[in-house]
Each structure stands twice: as structure tokens, then as C-alpha cells.
Design a protein around this ligand. Sequence first.
Ligand code: ZN
Length: 387
Amino acid sequence: MKINKAIKIRIYPNKYQQELLEKTFGCCRLLWNQMLAERNEVCRRLKDNPEILRNYRYKTEKDYKTRFKFMKEVDSKALQSTTRNLIEAFKNFFNGLKEIRKVGYPRFKSKKNKQSYTTYNVNNNIKINFEQKRIKLPKINMWIKYRDERVFVEPIRHVTVSKTKSGKYYVAILVEQELDVYPLTQVHENCIGAFDMSASEFLVSEKEHYINPRFYRSAEAKLRRLHRQLSGKKKGSKNQWKTRLRLVRYYEKIYKRKYDWVHKKTLDLSQRHDAVILEDLNIRGMQKFNGGLSKSVSLDFSWHQFKTLLEYKLRWRGKHYQEVDRFFPSSKMCSVCGHKNENLTLADRDWICPKCGTQHQRDENASVNLKMEGIRLLQEKGIVVIR
Ligand SMILES: [Zn+2]
């Protein structure tokens, strides 16, 4: 099985190299914004002519390069992937319209946000010297220092260069790895974990409760203080700039803490189970029915990130990840007799089945139902479940 693995390292470009990177970020951003503006304008103009709109030929990267001559000075692969990303973003947006999960309309890129560009390894134009800890990127053509201990031999597919809001530079290197893994054809029921997502506890199964440490919430007071300090500073002053940097760094720190936690939890789950079943629940829907949770809650529940990491960690071990449709009535159904309790409300944490009299804890009952449904779906895929 071939897998893609990303290795992220921090790089330390000198002043001149920073300028070159900045130029590439700038050109990619300009190209993205120009292409997006063109699409917006065309969509507005031709909204009553879907046939013409569908076959409309947008300007190509080449056209833009002719118009903005300086684009020729930066990495052409970076511009190509910018184009590809924009097309992809539109595709996802239009596909998302048909589904329940909404994907946002592509947005203009701002200089104030995180900057990045992706470039491809062609004819070995991306080189790494592990001994001297230096990396060479296309068109930059100079060795850039980095700090990281990892050494790898796999071929590099592409790299994404980024600069955080606080001014740190990173390179995420994507390599292709050959893994000697075969997907399990049978799993033991005891080794299957099914989890219900809960706003108060994150993940709940019949056996265990995973609590979300809520990094953003615990940092809320300090964040508020920093935001207040920032608004009190004179616009454009050095103090404002310093305070903003402090705020941005603090956000990055919390994000890192949360990300580490997600990594550890998903690793642990993938080591202890042969298959994991989760409910396909979108956080936006949840926010709605909880009457709008605060920002710190939505930042703390990175459901999508959690799922993505868990899914690939299981896959790398030949294990299975199974999602259950969010419309499956996992909470309302009695896991003992199958009776559907339509009177159950969100406030009911504990309930007694009116038909068979079993006492249920809401989330635990839901996870038992999820497990049964997930096992059915795994079997549908031809996986044998040993009971
Ligand atoms: Zn019952």
C-alpha cells in the first residue's frame, strides 16, 4: 500500500531568501484573487445563461503572466498549483451545494493572513541536505537553513511553503511511502470502538468517556485581555504591531496544544482498536441546535481534523474507519429492544425505555446503537466481524 506522508519542518530563510519567498506568496495570492474576481464577474454576468456559463473559457495562468510580467520571475509550479487549487475550491463548493455539508464559497486571500504556496518536485529541483540541515526550493536556488532531526529517503512529491501570521516559516514535505500493510479482513467485536460525539465530553462509548481539554476555553480570559489591549493601541503604531504579534503567537500556541492532543488521542484510539465507528456529525449543525455555542467551543471541537487524523492512522495499520450517517436515530433508539422514543429531548441525559424498561444514559445508549449500525456497514463491505 502506498501512502502519502507529510513532514513539516521549520525553515530559517535569511533576509534575501525571505524576499524571494514573499514575492512567490504575493504572486500566488494575486493570481488567486484575479482568477476569483474574474469568476465572480462572469458568474454575475451570465447567471441567466447557465449553458454559456458552463462552457465559459476563463483566462489561463499564461494570460495572467502576460499581463503581470513579474509573475514570470517566480516558481511557475507554484502558480500552477494555485490555479489548480482555485478550480478545486470551486468544484468542492458546487459539489457541497448538493450535500448537507456546506463548503464555503472561495474567498479572496489577504496579505494579513497566513501565506502559502505549493510546488512540485520535478527533475529533483527540491533538494535536502540532511547533514547540513539545508533545503533547496525551486527558483529560490539557494540553500535555506532548517531545524529538524528527521531523515528520510522517500522521494519528495511536493512541498508547501508557508508563513504564519507571526512570521515563522515552514515547509511541509509530502513524501510517498510504501507500507507493508494489508487491510484486516476480519475484526473481533471486542476490538471495535464506537463513539458518540457529545458537546460536553467529546467522545463517549459504552466503556469510556474522552474528555476534550478545551484549550481555547481555558485561554479565553487571556485572549480577551490581549484583544482588549490591542484595540486600545494607536492604529499603525509599533505598540499595536507588537500586541498583535503577541496575540497571534498566543493563538498559534493554543492551536499547537490542541493539535498535539488530537494527535495523541487518535494514535491511542488507532492502536487500541481494529475498527472505529464514529457518527458523521457536523459541528455547524450542533452549534445550531445548542443555540449557538461560543467561539471557543467551535475552535475546541475540530471534529474534521480529528476524523481525518484518525482515519489515516487506522488505514496505515490496515484497520478500518466507519462513519454512520448523522440521520441514523442513534440517540432515540433503545439499544436493547429497538423501540424509538420520539419523546426524547436533548435535555434528557438519562431515560427509561417505555417499552422494555431499560435505564439508559443518553450518550452510552447512542454509542451502542452506533456500534450495531457500524458493524452492519462493515459487514456490507465484506469484513467479517467475529462475535
Ligand atoms: Zn427498550
